[in-house]
Design a protein around this ligand. Structure first.
Ligand code: BDR
Ligand code: CA
Length: 320
């Protein structure tokens, strides 16, 4: 069993990743921390509680709210992709009796900050804990600034972020999580902690179409199915209008799959740097992935290939 801390900015695909992680018997989710990104961090924390309520959990992981602003840049959010509340506006849905369809889980939020909870968890599980980062890397960078020696006791960090040979999704060149806080990403990538990266080059290979989603949910009325249907609607409409297909990419689910089913993923060792100054290239992850040009001093394993059909089948099996 792998001990996991998930740092997240929920987010529709974050929600799918969190559900997948909690439904993966290979993983023990010890804690979740929120960070600003897709939505402001207070909204992200509320969303996390809504997501946790979808599952009938006997015991909740530890939860702490993290940073509200990137290290240097002003916050850029993605409500236009994920819906105003970040979860396809499910917070507005009401039952016939007027009660919210998706109430936040009634559980305790730690009074410590996300950064301190990360450090506490590394102290509790030295050399055992894997940190899965599904949003901008602000909390992770701040934890490294606060105690760089302790953070070396992480087993590794698995990051959804960056793009190398594909186009970006927030600008032509940059991926959202790295673009929102490029300074944090650069500090994390230079930290010497082992890092696995799922960039857009990999996540774009896994296309969840609306047809597939609805076929999978057809005839089901359980809480996970209802949530999947309700939370993904706005995002799929955004993709229909702006990306060119009805459906979406389940970016943040990939790091979870990389931990439980590494055989579906192929990675290369790379030296990854982040452009923090550029105007047209702000937040770009830079690395030469050509075999003959790869650096002899890699700081990350970058996923370049996914067995997409096998991973999607697995994803739906777990969310049954
Ligand atoms: C990443 O950006 C966010 O909008 C998603 O949640 C994902 O983490 C994809 O670029
Ligand atoms: Ca995310």
């Amino acid at each position: 069993m792998q001990r996991i801390l998930i740092d997240t900015d929920p987010g529709v695909d974050d929600a799918l990743a969190i559900l997948l992680a909690l439904l993966s018997p290979e993983l023990q989710i010890e804690a979740l921390t929120t960070v600003c990104g897709n939505v402001p961090v207070t909204q992200g924390t509320e969303n996390l509680l809504r997501i946790l309520e979808v599952l009938d959990l006997a015991e909740f992981p530890l939860i702490a709210q993290g940073e509200a602003q990137p290290l240097v840049k002003p916050l850029v959010t993605a409500a236009h992709v994920h819906g105003d509340d970040g979860l396809g506006n499910i917070s507005q849905l009401r039952n016939a009796d007027g009660r919210p369809v998706y109430p936040p889980a009634d559980t305790h939020i730690s009074p410590t900050s996300g950064v301190d909870l990360i450090l506490e968890m590394v102290t509790r599980y030295p050399d055992e804990l894997t940190l899965v980062a599904l949003g901008p890397l602000t909390n992770v960078a701040k934890a490294i600034r606060k105690d760089p020696v302790k953070m070396q006791r992480l087993q590794k960090i698995v990051v959804m972020g960056g793009v190398f040979e594909d186009y970006g999704n927030v600008t032509t060149t940059a991926e959202f999580n790295i673009f929102v806080d490029p300074h944090a990403a650069q500090e994390v990538f230079q930290s010497n902690v082992p890092i696995d990266i799922a960039p857009l080059d990999a996540t774009h290979q896994v296309v969840l179409t609306g047809e597939r989603l609805h076929a999978e949910l057809d005839g089901r009325s359980d809480s996970i199915s209802r949530f999947l249907k309700d939370a993904t609607h706005a995002c799929m409409e955004f993709y229909r209008q702006h990306v060119g297909f009805w459906g979406f990419h389940i970016h943040d689910a990939l790091p979870i799959g990389m931990l439980t089913h590494p055989e579906y993923f192929e990675s290369v060792a790379a030296d990854v740097q982040v452009e923090t100054e550029g105007v047209l290239t702000n937040g770009v992850t830079v690395s030469d992935l050509r075999p003959e040009r790869r650096s002899p001093h890699p700081n990350a394993q970058v996923c370049i290939k996914v067995a997409a059909d096998a991973f999607l089948d697995h994803f739906f099996q777990r969310l049954q």
